[in-house]
Design a protein around this ligand. Structure first.
Ligand code: SF4
Length: 184
């Protein structure tokens, strides 16, 4: 199965995807969960006020073959739908990859999609992520690469500093040579 979390982990390091395929997991703390809940509550009011959708559905689950996507919200407009994820902290490329992944699954399921949204709570910023044939091809390529990484077909070399902040370090135990970490 490939989920939005798989895509996020792949963006950080392909080795995480390999470890998850082998059954290892990262621990999610209660504090992390509570933090997200508080922000979600505030955000729903904001979304109705600013974007004026016809309806908002929280945490829907979309499945297409072995792909599973669950954006924080889906906003229903007149003739199209838009997934939206709430994010903490700074803008990152994996946020964009995740929302494109959701758009890809939703399109495959027959929804009319044209963009996704990322809402950065601390900055109060709403970022639009466009979705067209280019983005569809990009997601398809990422999915192929994730499948290869799951099978251990991707050679992994990372800055060692990244490994220090990695929740999978304990399982991974990469070979560190100076500032470089390698999986053999
Ligand atoms: S410890 Fe380093 S190499 Fe291993 S999964 Fe984490 S980031 Fe990747």
């Amino acid at each position: 199965m490939i989920s939005g979390t798989t895509v996020k982990h792949f963006a950080y390091c392909p080795q995480i995807v390999r470890l998850e395929a082998m059954g290892f997991t990262e621990r999610v703390t209660e504090a992390m969960r509570e933090g997200l809940e508080v922000d979600r509550e505030k955000t729903v009011n904001f979304l109705y006020g600013v974007l004026k959708p016809l309806n908002i559905v929280a945490k829907p689950i979309f499945r297409y073959n072995d792909l599973v996507g669950s954006p924080d919200y889906v906003l229903f407009f007149n003739n199209y739908v838009t997934p939206l994820d709430i994010k903490q902290g700074k803008e990152r490329i994996d946020h964009v990859m995740q929302i494109l992944f959701y758009l890809y699954i939703m399109e495959m399921k027959g929804f009319n999609v044209k963009e996704g949204l990322l809402y950065y709570v601390q900055q109060g910023r709403l970022k639009k992520v466009r979705y067209s044939f280019r983005e569809r091809n990009y997601v398809a390529r990422i999915i192929d690469e994730i499948r290869d990484a799951m099978k251990g077909k991707v050679k992994v070399t990372q800055p060692a500093s990244k490994c220090k902040n990695c929740g999978f370090f304990h399982w991974c135990r990469p070979k560190i040579k100076g500032i470089i970490a390698e999986i053999e």
